[in-house]
Write a protein that binds this ligand. Structure first.
Ligand SMILES: Nc1ncnc2c1ncn2[C@@H]1O[C@H](COP(=O)(O)OP(=O)(O)OP(=O)(O)O)[C@@H](O)[C@H]1O
Length: 289
């Protein structure tokens, strides 16, 4: 695999350093490995959040009559991020709350469009399934398995063939025939994880699955992920559990406030992040408020 080594990637920033004054992106490398399953190039994601208290039709009509505009605030969640994930490898994503990890995963999964930049996914997009995305809380677990499976590109028969395996792994008992809104968040995550991994995806995105469910399920989930990696699936893994990230990942990417700070060998990057959390605790708190 001819992935660029961490030292060749010029995107390293001091997390304590000042934000660039302009909107300029951090220098994006244009070289990507030929066998990359995912390429993210100069990506910006900006959310537009309405500042109106209630976005009702009545309020919209009142605003129109008064010639008032809807007021928005922009949240720049991802700023000039570039990286690649070689096929068959696992890349872990770490970073403080609000760093942009989930936003990035949703963008790679095709749920959020890039505001700027490019995302290339080499594999069937239908095989991408972010955790719980597309689940309908009014439907039962069983119906959601069908929905999730079909969203991942399988036929109804193919999902039905795998149903017992999926339900067995999620181990939800009678809850499988109850509406999802009656599930605890751990139960939802268990179902979402099971649907995701039993779809045999080319690219699997797992956002915080390692914190899903109880200790027993966590162990089962981590075993299943190891199995998946052996069958050469490409994985993007987001977690605050640094030990698991180090165990599972071939490479780790550290995000901070929407920017890619460092990428490279898992232990090295996790150690640097931990050091930053220790040393930078005060600085982060000062910066964030
Ligand atoms: N739907 C949304 N609308 C507006 N802003 C959002 C939305 N989702 C996330 N954000 C903002 O985007 C930034 C990145 O959030 P994101 O959830 O991607 O971070 P994260 O690294 O996954 O955080 P955590 O570790 O807490 O899950 C944050 O400032 C957050 O407030």
């Amino acid at each position: 695999m001819s992935s660029l080594s961490a030292s060749e990637k010029p995107i390293e920033r001091d997390p304590g350093a000042e934000e660039p004054k302009s909107d300029e992106s951090v220098a994006a490398p244009t070289l990507y490995s030929d066998d990359a399953a995912v390429v993210v190039d100069g990506l910006d994601i900006t959310y537009r959040v309405s500042l109106e208290r209630k976005n009702s039709l009545k309020n919209a009509l009142v605003r129109k009559a008064r010639h008032e505009q809807v007021r928005y605030r922009e949240v720049k969640a991802i700023k000039g991020v570039s990286f690649d994930v070689p096929a068959g490898k696992c890349t872990g994503f770490i970073g403080a709350n609000g760093a942009g990890k989930s936003t990035l995963m949703r963008a790679v999964a095709g749920i959020l469009p890039p505001t700027k930049g490019r995302i290339e996914v080499r594999g069937k997009v239908s095989t991408l399934l972010a955790l719980g995305v597309g689940f309908n809380t009014a439907l039962t677990g069983r119906e959601n398995v069908l929905l999730g499976g079909m969203a991942a590109g399988l036929s109804r028969d193919q999902v039905n063939e795998r149903f017992d395996e999926i339900a067995g792994f999620a181990d939800l008992g009678d809850f499988i025939d109850m509406p999802l809104r009656t599930y605890s968040s751990g139960m939802r995550s268990r179902l979402a994880f099971s649907v995701s991994v039993f779809m045999n995806p080319d690219i699997l995105i797992i956002d915080e699955a390692l914190s899903a469910g109880d200790a027993k399920f966590k162990q089962k989930a981590s075993q299943k992920m190891s199995e998946l990696m052996e069958t050469a699936g490409t994985m993007l893994l987001v977690s605050h559990a640094l030990t698991s990230i180090q165990e599972m990942s071939d490479e780790v990417i550290w995000l901070h406030k929407g920017r890619l700070i460092r990428r490279g060998e898992p232990k090295e990057i996790c150690d640097a992040y931990l050091e930053f959390l220790k040393v930078g605790d005060e600085a982060v708190v000062m910066e964030d408020f």
